[in-house]
Design a protein around this ligand. Structure first.
Ligand code: MSP
Length: 508
């Protein structure tokens, strides 16, 4: 059985989840569901990143302990999984004992291999990004403050610190990027990373001394680990790395290396430079692929708490529906690019693609079967060339969708499914079973069978994208075998079709 290990970033618990967080997890969910339906052994991981100065500061601002804050906010991210109907296999919190233990094991491995030394860090640090910056990367604002490209303020830090010998990995990383051209995608991000690494790598400060909300450095309780070392290690913790029991070791052997780390474009450097270097240093295999998606903007503006234009996924799901939200986010923009959100665009897309194209196709076909065949599905019979053309297109959706998903082109995958839906609508309009009902009942049944057959395969594939709606459609089609192994098999339900009901209401 092929294994498939996919991860989302673990989310900072300094604030409420927003559409950007929902987006990464949704994309991972679609891929996880796709691979499960294919029959792969899937491990889909998400969770929360709970240590560091930023979380400690957020707790202080709220006058609660960091533990209280992380417990509250982490729960919001768990709730978001239910709201968005995601299907992770594990939810990791970096404050869990299992994770702290793994961080310390990895640290000790790096130290034993000679890649960690103690020194002094002097340089800029932006708490909001939890990132170190070179002066050349910063600009000065009107108040004389140093500002990172992300907009976060960077301040000068000077303290004793442990360092990871990142500088030793420059050539090895460049060689890996060259021999694995698909390691970082899309290309624009790969080029960005390559030019950053070519520019020279300095050793990385991997511990902090001036606060305590983190994993203690083994053997030196004055230091906590740099939050990114701690956070990245979550990908190892969840599959049992370093655990001293057979079951965990088997799990690790099976799932590592990870097939895909999905991240936003802002955190590519951590995943495509620091993380592979640490893995190399620890003697571990590198992930197969790191894909960085673009950012959602709100009506052309960057979303930010201070502007007050952050879009809450709970609001969208309540207003438009879960599958509608899933559909819009993945269909509207190409995954690697930035996207612009607007409720008008979302309403139009949902009404056009979901309510009109797919919803009407299903509703009119199933109502017709209910009315003219009393809910008994028609049998396969002589198929016209038009019908054959539709079925040939339907047969091709799996390879098409698979090809697009391999490139993380969710919008293209959906487009190819909607091309079949469009063809099915044209076919039924032209074949006009409502006219045949009066003149040639056998021909009417043959037409209906072809449309139902196409709908079955469409619904099976749509389970990855619109799980609840596809489930409803499959129930209305009385399809029990829902995995990809049923794709292309003749539609032959063994029971009566239930009374059809609309799946996608029009949104006003
Ligand atoms: N905790 C780190 C990740 C550690 S992974 C080992 C982190 N957390 S985050 O909560 O700030 O961001 C998580 C993800 O949300 C990132 O991939 C980021 O790109 C994504 N998004 C945050 N805002 C976004 C948009 N406006 N649009 C799309 N995604 C965005 O970084």
């Amino acid at each position: 059985m092929t294994k498939y290990y996919i991860t989302t970033p673990i989310y900072y618990v300094n604030d409420k989840p927003h559409i950007g967080h929902a987006y990464t997890s949704l994309a991972a969910d679609v891929l996880a569901r796709f691979h499960r339906l294919k029959g792969d052994d899937v491990f889909f991981l998400t969770g929360t990143d709970e240590h560091g100065q930023k979380v400690e500061k957020a707790a202080k601002d709220k006058n609660i302990s960091p533990q209280e804050l992380t417990d509250q906010v982490s729960q919001n991210f768990r709730d978001l999984i239910i709201t968005m109907n995601d299907s992770p296999d594990d939810f990791i919190r970096t404050t869990e004992a299992r994770h702290k233990a793994t961080c310390q094991i990895l640290w000790e491995k790096l130290a034993a291999a000679g890649f960690i030394y103690k020194g002094n860090y002097e340089g800029f640090y932006a708490v909001r990004d939890e990132a170190y910056y070179q002066e050349s990367e910063l600009t000065k604002n009107a108040d004389g403050k140093y500002i990172a490209p992300s907009g976060a303020e960077a301040v000068w830090v000077q303290e004793e610190s442990y360092f990871f010998k990142l500088s030793m990995f420059q050539e090895k990383l460049l060689a890996h990027y060259e021999s694995h051209p698909d390691f970082i995608a899309p290309k624009i991000r790969a080029n960005e990373v390559i030019s950053f690494v070519r520019g020279g790598l300095k050793d990385l400060s991997i511990s902090r001394k001036n606060f305590s909300w983190g994993v203690p450095v083994p053997g030196d309780s004055n230091h906590v680990m740099y939050v990114w070392l701690d956070a990245l290690t979550n990908y190892l913790t969840a599959i049992g790395f370093g655990e001293d029991n057979d079951k965990a070791q088997e799990k690790f052997k099976k799932f590592w290396p990870c097939d895909l780390h999905l991240v936003g474009k802002d955190i590519i450097r951590f995943h495509a430079v620091y993380w592979p270097a640490m893995l190399m240093a620890a003697g571990l295999a590198l992930p197969q692929k790191i894909f960085a998606h673009g950012w959602w903007m709100n009506n052309g503006q960057k979303m930010s708490k201070s502007i007050g234009n952050v879009i809450d996924p709970n609001y969208l799901v309540e207003k438009f529906g879960c599958d509608q939200t899933r559909y819009f986010l993945l269909r509207q923009v190409s995954f690697g690019e930035d996207g612009d959100f607007s409720e008008d665009m979302m309403r139009d897309r949902c009404n056009h693609d979901l309510a009109n194209d797919l919803g009407n196709l299903a509703q009119r076909t199933l109502s017709f079967v209910a009315k003219h065949l009393s809910g008994t599905a028609p049998k396969k019979s002589a198929i016209t060339p038009d019908g054959e053309q539709l079925l040939a297109m339907a047969k091709n959706i799996l390879p098409e969708v698979e090809k697009h998903l391999a490139n993380l082109a969710f919008h293209r995958a959906l487009e190819s499914i909607w091309a079949v839906i469009g063809e099915a609508n044209r076919y039924i309009d032209k074949a006009a079973p409502w006219t045949l009902a009066k003149t040639d009942k056998a021909a009417m049944e043959a037409v209906l069978w072809v449309v139902l057959m196409a709908l079955k395969d469409i619904a099976i594939l749509l389970q990855c994208f619109l799980p609840a709606s596809a489930e409803k459609l499959l129930a209305q089609l009385a399809v029990d075998e829902k995995t990809f192994s049923n794709l292309g098999k003749d539609y032959a339900p063994t029971k009566q079709l239930p009374t059809p009901a609309g799946i996608f209401p029009r949104i006003l």
